[in-house]
Design a protein around this ligand. Sequence first.
Ligand code: DX5
Ligand code: ZN
Length: 221
Amino acid sequence: MSSFLIAPSILSADFARLGEDVDNVLAAGADVIHFDVMDNHYVPNLTFGPMVCKSLRDYGITAPIDVHLMIKPVDTLIPAFAEAGADIITFHPEASEHVDRSIQLIKDSGCKAGLVLNPATPLSVLDFVMDKVDVILLMSVNPGFGGQSFIPGTIDKIKLVKQRIVESGRDIRLEVDGGVKADNIAEIAKAGADMFVAGSAIFSKPDYKVAIDEMRQALAS
Ligand code: DX5
Ligand code: ZN
């Protein structure tokens, strides 16, 4: 099994000094930068687009960038994010008219591709894409805002998706996003997740290293 990846969500970072904040969270031990793109259409909030991703690359950020698209339509911005330096691009199947085409477009753009399942999205959306996706992202809150509480029913859903990944025989990352903290990350990992998005649990702390170390200790327990 692949190692655990901690992916701080910059939704909770200080946008006025984003490059510095991202540098600091990477120096504190983050593996991946989670980049939440919201359009005030698919979700009721508005964040940033490919230009901000490119700015982080130009600033010197070399860590993998995991772009979580909460936008509708999906396809128009995929090439722009790939050019801006994204490594992984995930999207919500409800937001795409042609899910297979969107996955293919991400892969043709040179990025790893993933589907994001909202808390109420059934697993059947995975039925005909398990041979194509590199990542499955399970939302453990409803998308749109940081700082919400983890929805407990997600644990059973993680177990079911993990089973499907094992059955597929493929190396697919199982990412969980929303309400992840040091006190629930071990249970989330035990259920089968191997990539953990955390926004408020890291950026609201005065010392990012302490916050990430607490998560790693919980994962090692
Ligand atoms: C919510 C976003 C999350 C969010 C997580 O729509 O996809 O990535 O920033 O924030 P926390 O960790 O604070 O729940
Ligand atoms: Zn996210």
